[in-house]
Each structure stands twice: as structure tokens, then as C-alpha cells.
Design a protein around this ligand. Structure first.
Ligand code: OOG
Ligand code: NI
Length: 403
């Protein structure tokens, strides 16, 4: 079973898990499929940004980790599935600031993306950022995190074998998928109430990451061809969405980058352990739903224009976007322009997704010192290349391949 097949199975397996645990996700997938079928029936260019097979299977997930070691381990598990780290996002620059830096694990080439585009937005808590954590809390967090094991040795060994040998036997593949899926399930282990509350007073993301001895997939996002229609239909079904769609507003111009929207995390029953050792039931809101629509990837020049002036400053046709080097295209065999779809994330939208699920802004002391983090730092943690999204789009455009 090749890394490509492992990736497709892993995405399906997580999707089954998530659907069984978060029923609103199943509604979201159903409504997305209806919207996509309607767009296919009504628009000639419905498949301009990817085949309907790809779009229907397309998901991204998100996980949050606590230590450099966990980050390096997850890179091996995703590597087994042909997913590699792309991009560096610093969510501490958002407002309100979130104490994480992130990357996305995804397939790199067009053929792999077409076969199965599964990706996972992966965040790492910055425990030594003094704006959030004082010396004592950092030390306690480090101790707590060092004691937990998110990924069993057997899983990591299977992952290494899959990467080294470009696949696994059917029996090993079954076991790998079983262990990898289980690693992202919500754990029934009791949550230490006082510890969780202490972290939550600083940041609910810190509590979600460092307040429990496990990690979990916190959303799984289907792709939709008309996100405005999706938003309206979900609202009609009584599911309360966040108040807006993140990313570029709807226009008559070619879709660029990424538009996303979400529904708030559901309150789920969890067991808590109190200081006297007694167990009680409470609730946590840690898993939510999101949906996205993807457009053409912007060049650095296009991105600069988007960030500084917004979508109003953009031309209305593919030809002009290409001629002004604002977005990535390749020529298909007939000479027509084919867009290169944006495969990455937007830090502002990501911060909005985080923020829509925060119970409070937490307690940030902006006068204290941050902690230096950049792509070079994350690459060293990962122990493998951290790919630059623009280098990937440039290479694809230069190769002239069509997806
Ligand atoms: C990740 C939020 C970012 C996206 O689609 O931008 C994200 C998280 O909440 O852990 O998934
Ligand atoms: Ni997301």
C-alpha cells in the first residue's frame, strides 16, 4: 500500500471517526455534496479548480501539539502518507494573539494532490513566550508535556518503514491506519480540572493543548464549490455559523486564495478529576466544523496587493491576473489558461477560526517578551525540509503541468 493509498485511507478513516463523534460534521459533508452537485449541474466551469472527484474527497484537518518532539513525530506519521510540511504561520501575530506557530502537512505535487489532497494544519504551542506563560507555568507545562506520549512506538516504527520503503504491506497498513486514527481520537481520560483551568485563564488554546494528556483532531473541513450557498443552507438547517465567511469577499472576479467559514464547537461531556481525586462530569467545547472554498494561488506580488489593498484592486480576468503576474496559471494543451489552485492556508483566517472558538481572549501581557520563532526554527524542529509554498507554485508554473 503506497503512501498515496495510505493518505486516502487515513483521510477516510478520520472522516468516519469524526462523523461518528461530531454529527454536525456529517450534516456539513451532506450539504457540501448537495452544493457541489448543484454547481456541477449549473456551471460549465465547475471543475476549473479541480475535478469533482478530488473536491468531493477533499478534507483538511487540524491538530495542536505541545512539544518539538511531538512535532517531529507527527512529521514522520504524515510523511508515511506522503504529506510534507509546507509554510510557516505565526498565529501570535493575530489579534487576539494565539500562542502557537503552525505549518500544514500536505502532498507537494499536482499528481499527488489530484490523487488525494488531504492536509493537516498543525500547530505547536510556544511555551516560552512570556506574554502568555511566566517561568513557573512554562516549567510546569514542560514537565506535564514531557510525561505524555501521543504517538506509540509501534506507530512511529510503521511510519518510518512506510517512508523508507515507500509503502506498507496490507496487514501493516491496516495497523498503521488503526493506530494513526486512534492517536487523534478524543480521549476519555479524566481532565485535571485545576490544571486545565489555570491554563485556560491564560489561553483556551493553551488549555486545549497542554491541559490534557492527548491530542485530538479538532475539525475536519470539506471543500465546497459555492461557500455562500453552503452558508445559507447550513443556516436554514438551524446550524449556527460564525457571523462571516473568512478570506476574500465574494466578487464576480476569478476566485483567489481561500474562503472559509465554521460553526462553533459543540459542548461535549467530559470527565474531570478534582483536587480531592473525585470524578465529575463537565463539558468542553473543543471540536468544531469548518468548510472552505479554494481559488487560484497568488504570486508574492499578488499576495502583497491582496494584503495591502484587498480584492478591489484585482483585475477581472485570468489573462490580466497572469499578465500582471498576480496569480499562478499554466497553459493547457489547447493554449487556454488553467489556474493553479491555492493549496495552503491564510494566517488571518486561521486566527479567525481559532478565535471563533475561544471562550475568552485569555490573558496576554503584551509588555513582556515573546519568543523568537521562524521558519528556520521550525525546520530544525521537524528535522526535514519545511517547504516554501511560493517555491512549489513557481516550480509548477515553470514545469507548465496541468492539473
Ligand atoms: C487551526 C485553525 C486553522 C484553518 O483552516 O485555517 C485552520 C486550529 O484551530 O487548530 O484550520
Ligand atoms: Ni481549518
Amino acid at each position: 500500500m503506497t503512501p498515496t493509498a495510505l493518505r486516502a485511507r487515513f483521510a477516510r478513516s478520520l472522516s468516519e471517526l469524526y462523523g461518528s463523534e461530531v454529527p454536525a460534521y456529517t450534516t456539513l459533508v451532506e450539504v457540501s455534496e448537495q452544493v457541489n452537485a448543484d454547481v456541477m449541474a449549473s456551471r460549465d466551469d465547475a471543475e476549473r479548480l479541480g475535478s469533482i472527484e478530488r473536491v468531493t474527497a477533499e478534507r483538511h484537518g487540524a491538530i495542536r501539539l505541545g512539544t518539538a518532539e511531538e512535532m517531529a513525530q507527527v512529521a514522520r506519521i504524515f510523511g508515511a502518507c506522503g504529506m510534507y510540511p509546507v509554510g510557516f504561520y505565526d498565529l501570535r501575530e493575530a489579534s487576539p494573539p494565539i500562542p502557537v506557530v503552525s505549518t500544514a502537512f500536505r502532498p507537494l505535487d499536482r499528481a499527488e494532490l489530484a490523487a488525494n489532497p488531504f492536509r493537516v494544519f498543525t500547530s505547536l504551542l510556544v511555551v516560552d513566550d512570556r506574554r502568555f506563560f511566566d517561568d513557573d507555568l512554562e516549567a510546569e507545562l514542560r514537565t506535564f508535556l514531557a510525561e505524555r506520549t501521543l504517538f506509540p512506538d509501534e506507530l512511529l516504527q510503521l511510519a518510518d518503514r512506510a517512508e523508507a520503503e515507500a509503502g506498507l504491506s496490507p496487514a501493516d497498513a491496516d495497523r498503521f491506519i488503526e493506530l494513526a486514527t486512534a492517536a487523534f481520537e478524543l480521549s476519555p481520560e479524566p481532565v485535571d480540572r485545576a490544571w486545565y483551568a489555570r491554563l485556560e485563564a491564560v489561553s483556551s488554546v493553551a488549555a486545549d493543548i497542554g491541559g490534557v494528556a492527548s491530542t485530538h483532531i479538532n475539525h475536519l473541513t470539506p471543500r465546497v464549490l459555492d461557500i455562500d450557498a453552503l452558508y445559507a443552507r447550513m443556516t436554514d438547517r438551524g446550524i449556527e455559523m460564525i457571523d462571516r465567511i473568512q478570506g476574500p469577499p465574494r466578487t464576480d472576479k476569478p476566485d483567489v486564495l481561500l474562503r472559509q467559514t465554521s460553526f462553533r464547537a459543540l459542548a461535549e461531556p467530559r470527565t474531570f478529576r478534582d483536587a480531592d481525586g473525585s470524578l465529575s462530569t463537565g463539558e468542553l467545547r473543543v471540536r468544531f466544523g469548518e468548510v472552505e472554498a479554494r481559488g487560484v494561488a497568488l504570486t508574492p506580488k499578488g499576495r502583497e496587493l491582496y494584503d495591502s489593498q484587498g480584492i478591489d484592486a484585482f483585475p477581472a480576468t485570468d489573462e490580466e491576473l497572469d499578465a500582471r503576474d498576480l496569480a499562478y496559471f499554466v497553459r493547457d494543451p489547447s493554449g487556454a489558461l488553467a489556474p493553479i489552485v491555492y493549496e495552503d492556508f491564510l494566517p488571518k483566517s486561521a486566527a479567525g477560526i481559532f478565535a471563533s472558538n475561544l471562550t475568552s481572549d485569555g490573558n496576554v501581557d503584551a509588555t513582556r517578551e515573546g519568543a523568537a520563532r521562524d521558519a528556520g526554527w521550525l525546520q530544525a524542529v521537524l528535522g526535514r525540509e519545511l517547504h516554501d509554498p511560493y517555491a512549489l507554485y513557481d516550480a509548477e508554473r515553470a514545469a507548465g503541468a496541468v492539473g
